[in-house]
Ligand binder design. Structure first.
Ligand code: GDP
Length: 529
């Protein structure tokens, strides 16, 4: 048994974070580079790695292939400098969905990954909004500095102007994007020069030069880097840990994940600066102490899309206590016991089952068909229940109808089930009636999953007709409903949690209506719950 002090010590060693980025910014590359560094640096003697960076994640991919489901969207665990790092994946690309956002309810910090040539991009902005709303501190890594891109100061300005986030650079690039000579380490003013390695298969060797040596070596680039940093310090860019934890400012690094440049520095920052797990608030707003009995909440459930693989994996983040495989826990939603015999180490370096896990860790529960996203699991007494699922601003809408009207009953049952699991949000209105609910989603993939499950689990094939809406706001005052319904390109629908959503074809349609009715109270929708 691990004692209470033992749990606190183990929790203190955990850093659980996610990378928020737009597709192509280099998230996969950075993930591999982080795991490579952690392994190479932690395993004494294995400086050149075993089989290079791809080897680190290959077990992961093989498992994915064998199971026929996307396991890459779970978590990777590795140790670095006596710290256990849990990197939770935020699926992007085509499967960008509410799942992507929900992962952020299971992390303690986030790394915002920017492409040096592109800066803030749409998916990054959406994910950042969720971090801000949930109070998740954000570190920033500017990637691809080895390629031509924007100026460092310009990227800093963009953060301030577009999202009100103060950059606090801890390194500053020497040489503009595309002519990466190294970085100025703000902590001691030294010049860190990297040696390029072919294909990034090994960690980049670093060499530190004093300021005088740097000037001789990098000349104007060095002088310019120093001047730019001074400019930034004058405008509030000095490092301040409190402002980072409060979500007002972001420590910033420059690098190139593909060359492993800047990656070690990022790992060090995670260890030294990123918050460790803290007591999670339960549904009554009471903090659950880290050393209380085991508790966790399910933030993701993955069902095999292939009919032959009906197995279901539930991913839960441990919030308190020690998880020991085989323990029987209670599902707070159903009050039923759940046996954890098949708990898995979540796809770290080995494909082993997990025997113990601590606050901050992610456990994968196999054959978990009884578990739903948002469920709380706990052991011992008293019972605990964490707040349910947050809902996010949907951007895609479709009317759902059963193709066979004689299946109306199964249809209703299935829609209720999918709504309560958060597969899609379910919206209705008196005008539309119950027979044709509207599905709302963050990403269109959610519709495919919903249609697939209605057909295969509820034997109720459905037709989905897309609606033209792209913008949603919360309607604060139900009395104003008719104002929105009277617009030709808008309507109000009520979500199962009782929130009235005002939907518009686009932002322009919304602005036009607001011009006619300036007292219309519309509020932004981010993460509630
Ligand atoms: P993801 O979609 O965010 O997971 O992006 P990937 O990791 O797949 O990277 C997208 C592309 O950018 C790939 O071709 C990478 O090789 C490339 N890339 C990633 N990091 C860097 C970098 O630091 N420098 C350069 N030049 N290319 C990079």
């Amino acid at each position: 048994m691990t004692t209470g002090d033992g749990v606190l010590a183990e929790a203190g060693r955990r850093r659980s974070f996610a990378v928020i980025s737009h597709p192509d910014a280099g998230k996969s590359t950075l993930t591999e580079a982080l795991a490579l560094h952690a392994r190479v640096i932690s395993d004494a003697g294995a400086v050149h790695g075993k089989g290079g960076r791809r080897g680190v994640v290959s077990d992961w991919l093989e498992l994915e292939k064998a199971r026929g489901i996307s396991i890459t969207s779970a978590a990777l665990q590795f140790s670095y400098r006596d710290t256990v790092i849990n990197l939770l994946d935020t699926p992007g690309h085509a499967d960008f969905s509410e799942d992507t956002y929900r992962v952020l309810s299971a992390v303690d910090s986030a790394v915002m990954l920017l492409d040096a040539a592109k800066g803030l991009e749409p998916q990054t902005l959406k994910l950042f909004d969720v971090c801000r709303h949930r109070g998740i501190p954000v570190l920033t890594f500017v990637n691809k500095w080895d390629r031509p891109g924007r100026e460092a100061l310009e990227l800093c300005d963009e953060l301030v102007e577009r999202i009100g986030l103060q950059p606090m650079p801890l390194t500053w690039p020497v040489g503009e994007a595309g002519h990466f000579r190294g970085v100025l380490d703000v902590a001691d003013g030294s010049f860190v020069r990297y040696q390029r390695t072919a294909g990034g298969a090994t960690v980049a060797a670093e060499e530190r030069l004093s300021s005088a040596a740097a000037e001789a070596e990098a000349g104007e680039d060095w002088v310019r880097a120093g001047e730019e940093l001074e400019l930034l310090a004058e405008s509030g860019g000095e490092f301040d840990a409190q402002r980072f934890l409060a979500g007002e400012a972001t420590p910033m690094l420059f690098g190139a994940a593909v060359l492993n440049v800047g990656v070690r520095h990022l790992l060090d920052l995670l260890v030294e600066l990123a918050p460790r797990p803290t007591p999670r608030l339960d549904a009554d707003g009471e903090p659950r102490p880290l050393d209380a009995d085991f508790s966790a909440f399910v933030f993701k459930v993955q069902t095999g899309m292939d009919r032959a693989h009906r197995d279901q994996v539930a991913f839960a983040r441990v919030c308190s206590g020690v998880f020991e495989r085989g323990m029987v826990v209670t599902n707070a939603t159903t009050k039923r016991p759940f046996a954890t015999k098949y708990a898995q180490q979540v796809f770290g370096q080995q494909r082993s089952t997990v025997d113990t896990a601590y606050p901050g860790d992610v456990i994968g529960l196999v054959n978990a068909s009884a578990l739903r996203v948002g469920d709380t699991l706990y052991a011992g007494k008293p019972a605990v229940r964490f707040p349910g699922l947050p809902s996010f601003a949907p951007a895609h809408f479709a009317v759902a109808r059963p193709t066979d009207l004689s299946r109306a009953k199964q249809f209703r049952k299935g829609v209720d089930q999918l709504g309560s699991e958060g597969v899609v949000q379910v919206l209705t209105s008196d005008l539309r009636g119950d027979a044709a609910p509207v599905f709302a989603a963050v990403g269109p993939m959610q519709f495919e999953v919903a249609a697939h499950r209605l057909e295969h689990e509820f034997s109720c094939p459905v037709r989905l007709d897309r609606l033209p809406y792209t913008a949603a706001r919360r309607l604060a005052d139900p009395a104003q409903r008719s104002l929105v319904d009277s617009g030709r390109r808008s309507e109000v629908l009520t979500r199962t949690d009782g929130v009235d959503l005002a939907l518009f074809d686009d932002e322009m349609a919304m602005r036009i209506l607001l011009r006619h009715h300036p007292d219309l109270a519309l509020e932004p929708l981010v993460a509630e719950g």
